[in-house]
Design a protein around this ligand. Structure first.
Ligand code: IVH
Length: 672
């Protein structure tokens, strides 16, 4: 039997969904990443040639759409209440007694409970109609939250379509699922390192980072944050028979939602207490933050009977863990210089055991924060790793001071290059592009995987190269010779030859990688790609003005300013000359598929409203592939405005400026 294209697309989607679930939810992939990528590519290709079959639940449609200006408000059909807290075994016993009394249950009888980990993230609700994910929102004040659907769609663990593994399970007309969005500790650390590099303020803990990522107005950025979810309850539902909470969790699992594996059904409160105590220590072994346990009565009939107070349901309670703290001494305060020159204080501590690891450094974030807490060298301090991976100084034991403590003065000059530092928001910054400490960070970044990807050029080697005066900036890497390297520590004949080869190979990287590697403030790998696609050569980018840059979709005023300032700098200009002289590629390699269309090539387009045949992203890619450029707003420089349905104010502006307006049909003809 041969399949129609539509059937083929649907079948392929089911296969991709199946593997998404295996990989993202069950952590048990059945195929290699390469095989998976091939499947997705095939699906994308089919959808591209048959856009009429594109549906919003396709696994290729997770990221899309334009940034929002604000989130619409959603009213919760059932309020999202909070949970009362307990902190001891005694309080848990009291909870069990209270329930029995209220429900008229004999004090000697057992109540069954489900015990779950209390994930330290952000509560969300996911609304499904006829099996499709239609809306997702934050808890907000419990009654109304923010509609963050576009951002939640980027969470790969959230099914866009309910697809029961057990085919006997029918899909309900309406299903509301509740759960916790979180960021793994590893991802949190990666994100903060990236932010430090970019000179952006760090998130204090994974919870804040998850909240910040969920509230971004541009889902394309959220998609890069690798948010995760554990679902733990069903809210509103239609045509389902549910009797126990454990049954709800099982149903969630059948529909493909991640349910925390450390959930346990306990036959009475003693078993609950035992399990909670067991996790007090174990929760630190996990790669996500858990701040306690949640204890829920298993019987849903009992839930109804007990009801809720205005704040929290009576059938659930949490058992909170105290974050582990330790007392230690600040031996010294050091100053760190980042790639873009941010100067931050770091405390060197007398090593102390905290939550299973020895801690000897703590970030003090910035000098304002250090002064606010009145932290001095020699102080005894309380440190903790509550929500934070990097230990934090909670407070100073001022009563323990003996007068020998020393106030650490905010430096007026860079600790490395001694040039005067400038205050920039809460940060201090060194603006000397010749600063060696910055140079080391910049070279590290230049050689890193997302940038020029020079294997073997790591931090320790860079340290030696700069200290020995062999390189001063990243352009000098290209003048290194085999003889310069072999005598360095931990380098031999073979590693030196390999490194020389890797450096040589890096000269052929594509333009987007080079732009990223330059280390322009606020320009990471995604923005670099946008810039490379828009300008084609490094020279064109270097000569672009603030306005030219701001016209590009996805480039805002802050990023534009940083780019202009970067290229205006004399030192940058010298460095770029050196890179070119060394033979580093500074032009965008032609995409093989690029077929220039004379109607489109070199012209600038703005798209507005909804198109029938293409998503916004597809139309943009199409125009770019035909040699055109995409701008964010209509101006005199706009050649064409492509207007779909409900075009809005851009259409008026285009009329005002006499910009050519294309409806979808005319646009179609133009690109054929
Ligand atoms: S049940 C009314 N289960 O903790 C009960 N909540 O402090 C609905 N949380 O707002 C929530 N893990 O954001 C439930 N396994 C779990 C949870 C959990 C984390 C969060 C949730 C809630 C907050 C209350």
């Amino acid at each position: 039997m041969t399949l129609t294209t539509k059937e083929k697309i649907e079948q392929l989607r089911d296969v991709v969904r199946h593997h998404d679930r295996k990989y993202y939810v069950e952590n048990n992939p059945e195929i290699t990443d390469y095989e998976y990528d091939q499947l997705v590519k095939e699906l994308q290709q089919l959808e591209k040639t048959h856009p009429e079959f594109i549906t919003s639940d396709s696994p290729t449609r997770r990221v899309g759409g334009e940034p929002l200006t604000q989130f619409p408000t959603v009213e919760h059909k059932i309020p999202m209440l909070s949970i009362d807290n307990t902190y001891s075994d005694k309080e848990l016993n009291e909870f069990d007694h209270r329930i029995k009394r209220m429900a008229g249950i004999d004090a000697h009888k057992d109540i069954e409970y489900v015990v779950e980990l209390k994930i330290d993230g952000i509560a969300v609700t996911l609304w499904y109609e006829k099996g499709l994910f239609v809306r997702g929102a934050t808890r907000g004040d419990g009654f109304k939250g923010d509609d963050v659907t576009a951002n939640l769609r980027t969470v790969r663990q959230i099914p866009l379509k309910l697809d029961p593994v057990d085919k006997r399970q029918k899909v309900p007309q309406v299903l509301e699922v509740r759960g916790e969005i979180y960021l793994s500790n590893k991802e949190f650390q990666r994100l903060n390192e990236e932010r430090e590099e970019e000179g952006e303020p760090q998130f204090a803990n994974p919870r804040n980072a998850a909240a910040g990522s969920l509230k971004l107005l541009d889902p394309r950025i959220t998609a890069k944050r690798n948010l995760r979810i554990f679902t733990y309850a069903i809210g509103y539902y239609e045509d389902l028979e549910l009797k126990t909470h454990i049954q709800c969790l099982e149903l969630l699992r059948v529909f493909g939602f991640p349910v925390n594996p450390h959930t346990r059904l306990c036959k009475n409160i003693e078993a609950v207490i035992h399990y909670c105590n067991e996790w007090d220590k174990r929760c630190r072994e996990l790669d996500y933050m858990v701040d306690g346990m949640v204890i829920k009565i298993n019987s849903l009939a009992l839930h109804d009977q007990l009801g809720a107070t205005s704040k929290a349901p009576r059938w659930v309670i949490s058992y909170k863990y105290q974050p582990e703290q330790a007392v230690t001494k600040i031996e010294e305060i050091a100053v760190q210089v980042g790639k873009t020159g941010t100067i931050t204080p770091v405390a060197n501590l007398t090593p102390v055991l905290l939550s299973g690891t020895t801690v000897s450094r703590a970030t003090l974030h910035n000098f304002d924060e250090m002064r606010r807490k009145d932290i001095r060298v020699g102080d005894l301090v309380i440190v903790q790793k509550a929500g934070e991976i990097i230990p934090q100084v909670v407070s100073v034991l001022k009563e323990k001071r003996d007068g020998t403590e020393r106030i650490f003065e905010e430096p007026s000059t860079c600790p490395e290059c001694k040039s005067t530092v400038v205050k920039d928001g809460v940060y201090l910054r060194c603006y000397n592009s010749l600063c060696m400490s910055q140079a080391k960070r910049r070279i590290q970044y230049f050689a890193s995987r997302d940038a020029m990807d020079i294997e073997g050029l790591g931090p320790a080697l860079i340290e030696q190269l700069v200290d020995k005066g062999l390189v001063k900036d990243y352009a000098d890497i290209y003048s290194l010779r085999h003889d310069d390297l072999v005598n360095l520590e931990r380098m031999g004949e073979k590693s030196s030859s390999n490194l020389i080869r890797a450096i040589e190979e890096s000269k052929h990287r594509d333009l987007d990688r080079l732009i990223c590697a330059l280390g322009i403030g606020n320009v990471g790998s995604h923005t670099a790609e946008v810039l490379a696609n828009h300008f084609d050569t490094l020279d064109k980018l270097a000569h672009a003005g603030q306005e030219d840059l701001e016209e590009i979709y996805e480039i805002g005023p802050v990023v534009a300013r940083s780019i202009v300032e970067f290229f205006r700098n004399n030192y940058t200009q010298e460095t770029i000359k050196k890179l070119k002289a060394a033979g580093v590629n500074t032009t965008k390699k032609a995409t093989p598929k690029l077929v220039k269309n004379p109607n489109v090539s070199g012209k600038s387009f703005v798209i507005t409203g909804t198109l029938q045949k293409y998503s916004r992203k597809e139309a943009e890619t199409l125009i770019r592939n035909l040699g055109g450029r995409i701008l964010s707003g209509v101006s005199k420089k706009t050649d064409y405005l492509v207007a779909g349905e409900e075009p809005g104010s851009k259409l008026d502006k285009a009329r005002e400026l006499s910009v050519h307006i294309l409806d979808e049909e005319t646009f179609e003809k133009m690109i054929q």
